[in-house]
Design a binder for this molecule. Sequence first.
Ligand SMILES: [Zn+2]
Length: 271
Amino acid sequence: MELPNRQELEEQFAKKFGEVARRHGLEFARLLGEPPKLANIPQEFWDRMAEEMERESYAILLLIFSQSSYFHGWRGKEADLAASGYANLESKRLGQAWSTSSQTMFQKALDRFHRGTAGQQANHPTIDQHRRGNRVLTPGDADYDRIISQVFGPQRAAYNATNETTRTRSAGSEAAVEATFGLNEQDLWVNPRDGATCEICLPLVYQGRSVWTPHAPDGPPPPLSVCHCRCYISYLADRVRDGVDQLFPRWSAEERRRYFEHPETMRRVAI
Ligand SMILES: [Zn+2]
């Protein structure tokens, strides 16, 4: 099931990502020099970028994993340990990936810019294109700002926040259901119909575990998806829980809580 506060968590993540990236962007532009060269950026900057992203994302990864595992019926010491273990590893991976892909993205954008201006020179250029063709990227230009913002701007931060929220929410729910009710073939892939389903997710929608696992072993998002994937797994465990709630509507919240704290009881209901 989707977390009731998913949007809020994602916004929190995007805000955090955005703030750190903006700060890095300002420093990056200062270091880049004129004409801008990637070689002017010291390795220390990239290392610090990875470390800061790691540090800033740790708490929110921990929060999303915990909320997801709690929401899917797993609490206690083991659940807490799983959450901190995940946040530890994933924040390292994320920090490193963010730093490496920032370098690659910037270099590619720079190459594209130079190729573009060279192309304009080669084909019958207008006078204006002639002027632009000989130009180097200069701080303050629209092109310069556009390239910096591709790498450090809020759009990229928001895109990554969506993916990381989905990935962490899936990790939390998969771990929770595995530890309690058990993973099941009837755990279905669901798309929230937010209009952003990509062609990788589309064939998985409403399919059972054996169909989606080869494409996305850890659940949504699939590793190769390019959409803002907000798909989630609808667990048999949750559907059983909903069924019990309907069967025993007069149960108090406390009675229900006691019942669901014993996964074996839930399993019996399912079978
Ligand atoms: Zn998706």
